[in-house]
Write a protein that binds this ligand. Structure first.
Ligand SMILES: Nc1ncnc2c1ncn2[C@@H]1O[C@H](COP(=O)(O)OP(=O)(O)OP(=O)(O)O)[C@@H](O)[C@H]1O
Ligand SMILES: [Mg+2]
Length: 224
């Protein structure tokens, strides 16, 4: 199994301020799947993505990535995992305003040990596949929302990670642009990447292979 979560819980804070964001999530993700995650605000979607990306440690339960128990990784291995294994895309793009598109994408390869020449090749290739080759010298504020999100997706795929985790990637976009981006995600998925996409939009979710529903920190619905 590509990813397996066993009874994952996440509690933030202590005593009176305690929030149980995840209350026992057990699920599998197969390699190459494209899965939508739906659920109300505060249900635990981002927490789940952050655990999968190694940005947050679960309070209890086990997370296996390609069979590896993540709790057994040393700090160095964990930061390598974060650097390499999951590419993140978020709602408001998280681009650096005073860097051009090329350098925004290049950020993902910092500390990766990849040579300058290979970095350049990968950045050009990612930009090409997202249709933003003409924009490499532009700055974020010169781009449309859809173009900004394409840059953010290029930044996520340039690492050549196994999985892309997208948290409301179309939330700030109009429906036509959102639909175009879903085609981009599907293209990336067809090249073999496992995709996890958080969305509030049923039309977007329906374009995925299956839908996982979270309600109050637990899986709900069928979640087949
Ligand atoms: N760093 C944190 N510290 C304390 N509580 C947190 C933290 N992050 C999230 N929470 C709480 O955990 C719960 C789940 O939050 P999470 O961000 O995972 O929800 P979500 O489903 O992504 O919501 P949204 O759709 O609004 O983005 C919420 O009650 C939230 O307030
Ligand atoms: Mg969220």
């Amino acid at each position: 199994m590509f990813i397996r979560l066993e009874n994952i819980t996440k509690t933030y804070g202590k005593k009176d301020g305690k929030v149980e964001a995840l209350k026992g999530i057990t699920m599998d993700l197969k390699e190459g799947e494209m899965v939508a995650v739906m659920g109300k605000s505060g249900s635990g979607k981002s927490t789940l993505l952050n655990i999968l990306g190694g940005l947050t440690m679960p309070t209890s339960g086990q997370y296996f990535f390609k069979g590896q128990d993540m709790a057994l990784l040393k700090q160095k291995q964990m930061s390598k995992f974060r650097q390499k294994s999951v590419g993140f895309v978020v709602q408001y793009f998280a681009l650096i305003d005073d860097m051009d598109v090329y350098h925004n994408i290049a950020l993902a390869l910092r500390h990766s040990g990849i040579s300058g020449k290979e970095s350049r090749r990968r950045i050009m290739e990612a930009a090409e596949s997202l249709g933003i080759s003409e924009k490499l010298k532009s700055f974020p504020d010169e781009l449309s929302g859809g173009q900004k999100q394409r840059v953010a997706i290029a930044r996520a795929i340039v690492k050549d990670s196994d999985m892309i985790a997208a948290d409301e990637p179309t939330g700030a976009l109009d429906s036509q642009t959102a639909e175009e981006l879903m085609k981009v995600f599907r293209d990336i998925n067809e090249k073999g990447k496992t995709m996890l996409i958080v969305t509030h939009d049923m039309e977007i979710a329906k374009k995925c292979d299956r839908i996982i529903e979270i309600s109050d920190g637990q899986l709900s619905g069928e979640n087949i």
